[in-house]
Every structure is written in structure tokens, then in C-alpha cells.
Design a protein around this ligand. Structure first.
Ligand code: SF4
Length: 197
């Protein structure tokens, strides 16, 4: 099976629960959610990225890490069954970063759900998410975060993460919010502070 592979790289997971741990990232092209603040707009058009055999992607991943993070773009634009079955056959831990806007396919050890207002997650993914990562761009995003947190499992970890270009303005608000509502945790894009991909 072919997937539009935008890039793949071994780095440190910067965000959420697995922050600080090494992982091999597979970035799949294609996303039509259209977040105006998206920091990977180059990923949107799948045609820009070479159709790549899943076996080749897996072959590269096993050389680097026991943990693979599949991201995008929106990886669930595509059927993830083949890729994740092959990764699991190699005994890798397989994580996904998704907006949840499309049907959940694939076998995942960890699902990071990051809902977007423009295209809400499919209902089925809420109960499967291991972490909920809400991007805070403006004040209304706190309301949206609470609304989305109502839908996930009780043991799903809850993160508020400032959108990068708004971090100076939003970090103090997130800090106050988490202290007042301690079910939430702060997530930062630490890879950007570390100057790594
Ligand atoms: S869902 Fe993710 S990749 Fe798609 S536009 Fe939004 S931030 Fe960008």
C-alpha cells in the first residue's frame, strides 16, 4: 500500500504525556481541516508528497526506534490498517496524533486526540483517546476544551497547549486556568524550544 510520505525523522517527542522521549516520526501528507494557525500547511496537499510503500516506511522506522509517532497532516485521511499492522508485526509501540476528523483505522498503543472546531472528531474516537490535547489560540478555546473533555474517558489525560505564535499571550492564561482547574495539565511544544524537529 502507498501513503503520501511528507517526512520521517528520529527526534524527541515534544508534546503531551510522552514529552521528552525519543521517537521516530512519520508525517503523512493530506489534511483538509484547515486550521488557520496550522504550522505544517505544507502537509495539506497529499499530491505534493511522494506515494511511498508502507513496507519501506516500516523498514526505515525499525532502524531508529521502538516507538513510532504517526502524524500529519491528518493521518486518518488514509486507512492506517496496513501501516500499523506492519509496525506492530515489528513489535513497535505505535502512537497517533490526530484531529479525529475521519474514521479511526489502524492499531494504536496510544491515541493523542486534538479536536479542531472546523471539523469535529468522529464520535467513536472520544472513548478511545488516551490523551486529549487542546490547542489554545484564543479565550474561546478554553470553552471548547471543556466541551471536548466531557466526551472522553475518565482516565484520558487532559492537556492545554498554547498555539505557538500566541504562546506569550496565552501561557499566563493557561497557567491560571490549570491552577483553577487541576484536571488539566500544561503541554508545551518543547521541541521548538529545543530547536529540534
Ligand atoms: S488538523 Fe492539524 S494538520 Fe490539519 S490543518 Fe489543523 S493543525 Fe494543520
Amino acid at each position: 500500500m502507498l501513503l503520501p510520505l511528507m517526512e520521517e525523522f528520529y527526534t524527541i517527542q515534544g508534546e503531551g504525556f510522552h514529552k521528552g522521549t525519543a521517537a521516530y516520526f512519520i508525517r503523512i501528507g493530506g489534511c483538509d481541516v484547515g486550521c488557520h494557525w496550522c504550522d505544517v500547511k505544507e502537509s495539506w496537499s497529499a499530491e505534493m508528497h511522494p506515494p511511498t510503500e508502507t513496507s519501506k516506511i516500516v523498514e526505515n522506522a525499525v532502524k531508529y526506534s521502538k516507538t513510532v509517532v504517526v502524524t500529519g497532516g491528518e493521518p486518518l485521511t488514509w486507512d492506517m490498517t496496513e501501516l500499523t499492522t506492519q509496525l506492530k508485526a515489528k513489535k513497535l509501540q505505535v502512537h497517533i496524533e490526530t484531529s479525529g476528523a475521519y474514521e479511526l483505522t489502524g492499531i494504536w498503543d496510544w491515541i493523542c486526540l486534538s479536536p479542531k472546531k472546523l471539523k469535529l472528531p468522529k464520535e467513536e474516537i472520544y472513548q478511545k483517546a488516551d490523551e486529549l490535547k487542546m490547542i489554545i489560540y484564543n479565550n474561546d478555546d478554553f470553552r471548547f476544551a471543556e466541551e471536548q473533555a466531557e466526551k472522553v474517558r475518565k482516565d484520558c489525560l487532559l492537556y492545554l497547549q498554547p498555539e505557538w505564535s500566541r504562546r506569550e499571550k496565552m501561557i499566563p492564561k493557561i497557567v491560571d486556568y490549570v491552577m483553577a482547574n487541576p484536571k488539566w495539565r500544561v503541554s508545551l511544544q518543547t521541541h521548538k524550544y529545543l530547536n529540534i524537529p
